[in-house]
Design a protein around this ligand. Structure first.
Ligand code: TXA
Ligand code: MG
Length: 321
């Protein structure tokens, strides 16, 4: 059975923290997307996350911390660049991949010698993690294969009956998962774009390389973040990216040609920032409303546009028309 709380309810934080200490699973909001958490030092608790999501075991988890005290215990060394990034972007939507320490279980890292760490800024996430006083392993709280949850209704739909407790807190702030930057390689490599942008990272790091698979199909290269190889952002409908170069008239003709073949078509054009907030919710509603085809107009790949296009191209299986 799953217990459900509103974030403001008096005992929500304390109850969530107690369950986490006891090895249970708890869904909580973060500023990026909702996460499903468990004690990141407890192998059996971590296994419950994989079971709740139906997640492949070769996909490592992010450890979430509320205090820098945990940093030294979880990683082998903290390079000076990590210190600068942490000072600039934590708490917030930036995950850093560093060489792990011995206390991090293999279940968290999927056997890698690195660990992904992030300090969320969402007050509810921070309060729960601080009260548990543990590093909390937490992937996005969707069933594996579904878009990450950005609204309370999404986690209820996906996780009710599969976790021990859900703390709801309405819509999340960003709507796309955190930026993942690998600091175990030199120069640092951007494994997943997010709300902390490439431009912002460049300003601190001087040099950042993009994982070759961020914006192109993965037939040629293997992504370095194991999770990025899964097609996990796609709705049941066929998604196509509509090239920015098309005129309004050309787009109208395109929509009509899909409709003429009997498809229920949804067309979405919005600024990058708005798409970041709404893309995953739009995919879920496209499924609920039975669309056959979802056309989304491309955005430029600067700032948050890089993260939007990364998720969008994956969902579209790189089909740009
Ligand atoms: O915003 C977020 O990061 C959300 C919230 C809940 O914090 N969490 C999230 O977790 O998106 P998840 O598990 O859905 O995505 C984690 C990504 C995956 O692509 C995974 O492969 C990658 O981070 N990752 C984790 N550990 C890694 C490691 N040691 N090396 C490379 N990639 C890693
Ligand atoms: Mg995920």
């Amino acid at each position: 059975m799953t217990i459900c709380y509103r974030a403001g309810q008096a005992s929500a934080i304390a109850h969530a923290a107690k369950l986490l200490k006891d090895g249970a699973t708890v869904v909580f909001p973060t500023e990026t997307v909702y996460g499903v958490g468990a004690n990141g030092l407890d192998d059996a608790a971590v296994q419950k996350i994989f079971a709740a999501k139906g997640r492949p075991a070769d996909n490592p988890l992010i450890l979430h911390i509320a205090s820098l005290d945990w940093l030294d215990r979880l990683v082998a060394t903290v390079p000076p660049l990590a210190e600068r990034l942490i000072a600039t972007f934590w708490p917030g939507p930036l995950t850093l991949v560093l060489k792990k320490s011995a206390i991090v279980p293999d279940a968290v890292t999927a056997g890698l010698d690195t660990v992904a760490l992030r300090m969320p800024s969402h007050p509810v996430a921070r309060a729960i993690i601080a009260a548990a006083d543990l590093p909390i392993a937490a992937p996005s709280a969707n069933l594996s294969g579904k878009p990450s949850p950005t609204k309370a209704a999404h986690v209820v739909a996906d996780m009710m009956g599969r976790v021990d407790l859900i703390v709801e807190d309405g819509d999340v702030e960003h709507g796309l998962e955190s930026t993942v930057l690998d600091l175990s390689v030199d120069p640092p490599m951007l494994l997943r774009p997010g709300a902390v942008t490439y431009e912002q990272l460049l300003a601190v790091c001087g040099e950042v390389v993009l994982d070759a698979t961020l914006m192109t199909s993965q037939s040629a290269a293997k992504p370095r973040a194991p999770g990025m190889k899964y097609r996990h952002y796609a709705p049941a409908a066929d998604v196509f990216v509509v090239d920015l170069a098309h005129s309004e008239a050309e787009i109208d003709a395109l929509i009509q040609s899909f409709r003429a073949k009997g498809n229920k078509v949804r067309y979405i054009a919005a600024p990058a920032k708005q798409l970041a907030h709404q893309l995953f919710a739009l995919f879920r509603s496209a499924d609920l409303e039975g669309y056959d085809v979802v056309l989304v107009r491309a955005v430029t790949t600067d700032k948050i546009g890089l993260a939007v296009m990364n998720r969008l191209l994956k969902a579209a299986e790189y089909r740009v028309i």
